[in-house]
Ligand binder design. Structure first.
Ligand SMILES: Cc1cc2nc3c(=O)[nH]c(=O)nc-3n(C[C@H](O)[C@H](O)[C@H](O)COP(=O)(O)OP(=O)(O)OC[C@H]3O[C@@H](n4cnc5c(N)ncnc54)[C@H](O)[C@@H]3O)c2cc1C
Length: 445
């Protein structure tokens, strides 16, 4: 038919999940059409910190870290109170390590264990990254890997929907009227963080919050699958970001609290255990006076945090300021100097932490500080998939020909903000992307 394009596998979206799926499908012998609306616009992968969780990797073994899928799964169950689909949990925790190995071995992406600080929610060091520890670098490396594979064609076009045929999916419809007809279709267009109307419905608590994720995350992929009868789950799940510098559009990254940083409100007082986990810390800032806080750390934390790409970018953007003493810091941010001095003195005290913070150490001048607000990073609810990343139909079975990974698919983060553990967005995108690519190639070839 005129205007119809053929291939073995079609993938909507060239972000974290889409590029991993393309590489896996191509490695499985399939010809792949990777359809991306705007290759120059930042995806959530580009914006991300680029840290991905994986358990039982060779990088962990080399560092003497004992870990594995069961321990990873137990950590997720503890953090989410068990509110995770078990088949999905098995798929993500078992295949994240394989995805990390695949990145290194089949895509020539240099991977290391990013273990400079204990990450909340993980009982073992298991966050991995590329050398610059940034999502932009990771995305560029994946883009280059896709370009090197002759079996992958990147098509710059907007996907307008699924090509539905008798309850099955036979490909994609493009907004220019063309159709892609394939045996296997993978949805990887991301979540719905940029869809204000759906946010207001599904996550009212985050509806008015600053969204620091990609504007491409319009939730369309979820809606297309939903219209085909897909089962949705955990639509109230999201990642909060508590270390966002307003105005500069910069992020400090999540490493600072474990390195000793504290947050104070406008009164110069702490208001939470800063090490509780970045995602659930964001709503605590929303609840603080003026919905803002000042994050304070010292030289040792500054030097360690510089390993993180977003933190380096924040420093380069001028979002981080250095102060010789607490009085100068208080004056710069309009904090009551006496209260701030008392707060810093209390950090050095030996008594129990009023917020139950376990890892605490005195901060010594010079101090570093930045004003921060809480933000919405990305959504974690979406279509439920099985252990081969096939989209499950509400009421049982799967939708033939349709796979999903990344933000379109439900994550392993339970409900609300508190179940999200750092690195699990990309862990899901990479694990399900790998599974979807492999299963799509098997179906097609
Ligand atoms: C601020 C921030 C920090 C983060 N940090 C981390 C981190 O350090 N570790 C971690 O694990 N996770 C992190 N995440 C989450 C992580 O980025 C996401 O989980 C991951 O990128 C999801 O992958 P994806 O492929 O679904 O979406 P994306 O990576 O966003 O890719 C989706 C792609 O689909 C394209 N697209 C959308 N609609 C269409 C259409 N109609 N037609 C064609 N193409 C389309 C988009 O342009 C985009 O390129 C962070 C997210 C944010 C916002």
């Amino acid at each position: 038919m005129r205007g119809e394009i053929g291939a073995d596998v079609a993938i909507a979206g060239a972000g974290a999940a889409g590029m991993m799926a393309a590489l896996a499908a191509s490695a499985g012998g399939a010809s792949v059409l990777l359809v991306e609306r705007d290759p120059a616009a930042p995806s959530n992968l580009v914006i991300s910190g680029g840290l991905f969780a994986a358990a039982g990797t060779r990088w962990q073994r080399a560092a003497g870290v004992e870990d594995g899928p069961e321990r990873f799964a137990a950590d997720i169950l503890a953090k989410t109170g068990g509110a995770v689909d078990r088949a999905l949990l098995r798929a993500v925790t078992r295949h994240a390590a394989r995805a990390a190995g695949f990145l290194a071995d089949s895509a020539a992406v240099p991977v290391h264990l990013a273990d400079r600080a204990p990450w909340p929610g993980h009982s073992a060091p298991r966050l991995h990254a590329t050398p610059a520890e940034s999502g932009a670098e990771l995305s560029a490396l994946l883009r280059a890997a896709c370009a090197r594979r002759p079996g992958i064609r990147l098509l710059e076009a907007e996907v307008a929907g699924l090509l539905a045929e008798g309850g099955a999916v036979a490909g994609l419809r493009l907004s220019d009227g063309r159709r892609i007809r394939v045996p296997a279709t993978i949805l990887a267009t991301g979540g719905f963080g940029a869809d204000a109307a759906r946010l207001a419905r599904e996550i009212p608590a985050a509806a008015g919050a600053l969204h620091v994720g990609s504007r491409a995350a319009d939730g369309a992929g979820i809606a297309w699958a939903e219209a085909m009868g897909a089962e949705l789950a955990c639509m109230d799940s999201f990642q909060g970001q508590p270390h966002v510098c307003p105005g500069e559009e910069a992020r400090l990254g999540g490493a600072l609290p474990a390195l000793g940083a504290i947050l104070v409100n406008r009164e110069g007082e702490r208001f939470a255990d800063e090490t509780m986990g970045p995602s659930e810390l964001a709503p605590r800032i929303w609840a603080a006076p003026g919905a803002e806080a000042v994050e304070i750390w010292d030289e040792a934390a500054q030097q360690a945090a510089l390993a993180g790409g977003p933190f380096r970018a924040a420093v380069a953007a001028g979002a981080v300021r250095r102060f010789a003493d607490a009085a100068a810091l208080a004056a710069a941010f309009g904090l009551p100097p006496g209260r701030l001095a008392a707060t810093l003195a209390a950090c050095a005290g030996q008594g129990a932490d009023p917020f139950g913070r376990a890892r605490r150490r005195p901060l010594a001048p010079p101090f570093y500080a930045a004003r921060v607000v809480g933000a919405l990073a990305h959504t974690q609810g979406g279509v439920l998939v099985d252990e081969r990343a096939r989209v499950r139909r509400a009421g049982g079975g799967v939708i033939p020909g349709l796979f999903a990974a990344g933000g379109v698919a439900c994550g392993v983060s339970g409900h609300g903000a508190a179940g999200y553990v750092p690195g699990n967005g990309l862990a899901q995108a990479f694990a399900l992307g790998l599974l979807a690519g492999e299963a799509a190639a098997q179906r097609a070839v």
